[in-house]
Design a protein around this ligand. Structure first.
Ligand code: FES
Length: 247
């Protein structure tokens, strides 16, 4: 219940950076800490990231219980500038995305810019954040780097390496990859023992999904789609869930 200083504070410790802020709920104070960024589906152990954040917090602050932990996705454009403005394909639809972790700033800016665009008021920022812009010079390096990363993820899972040989090896609360009849599957057993088996292939562009044990989801390492343990879409770009195994 000890109040912390109000504000948002950023810290850089070697390659680790964190931001902390308080959230007050009645008489209770919560300390929110963000950090340990990593690509969706590419962490060996998602719990390890949460543990590092907790140990940073305990080292520097007088915190009690950890009430909530979660992972959130943030998007960056290839030139690192958000897309805010009219959709290139439809001038009655507006987009505001790619804020990285600066939602407070860019969310405010998006509100100001988009309301000007709707009202027909000239705004110097329109061109900078134009969702239809192309900056090949500033985006090429990052575009190539990201695509090499995606190719690496595809190769890493080829040939497919299952985690277990038998469905009986999947314990309650666990998700495992498994090869059955030469096909690649996910297998999740809920706490009551019910087993769900789906294709391990992401419907977006065909990469193999990986189990995220910290948040209990199947995560795709290629472009960040996430699926529930039973294969429903949690987050795009995939619109479709993981295909359920018949029978
Ligand atoms: Fe899975 Fe693209 S292949 S998100």
């Amino acid at each position: 219940n000890k109040p912390f200083q109000k504000g948002i504070f950023w810290t850089q410790q070697g390659s680790h950076h964190y931001s902390v802020r308080i959230y007050q709920e009645g008489e209770d104070y919560h300390l929110l800490c963000l950090g340990e960024p990593h690509k969706v589906g590419q962490a060996e152990d998602n719990k390890a990231h949460l543990e590092k954040i907790e140990s940073y917090l305990r080292k520097h602050f007088d915190v009690g219980e950890i009430d909530y932990t979660w992972g959130a996705q943030h998007y960056k454009s290839a030139d690192k500038i958000p897309y805010i403005g009219k959709m290139p394909s439809d001038d009655r639809v507006f987009v505001a995305t790619g804020f990285s972790t600066d939602g407070l700033i860019y969310g405010t800016l998006a509100g100001m810019l988009i309301s000007d665009l709707i009202m027909g008021i000239e705004n110097d920022l329109e061109k900078i954040y134009d969702p239809g812009r192309t900056n090949p010079l500033s985006t090429a390096k990052r575009f190539i780097k990201e695509n090499i990363n995606v190719a690496g993820q595809l190769l890493k899972d080829s040939p497919f390496k299952g985690d277990v040989k038998e469905l009986t090896d999947v314990k309650p609360g666990e998700g495992k990859l498994i090869k059955l009849d030469s096909k690649n599957y996910t297998a999740y057993r809920d706490e009551s023992g019910k087993l769900t088996v789906t294709s391990a292939i992401c419907p977006h562009l065909g990469c193999v999904v990986h189990w995220n044990g910290a948040e209990k989801s199947w995560d795709c390492p290629c472009h960040g789609s996430r699926f529930s343990p039973e294969g429903e879409v949690l987050e795009g770009p995939s619109f479709e869930g993981l295909k359920k195994m018949e029978g």
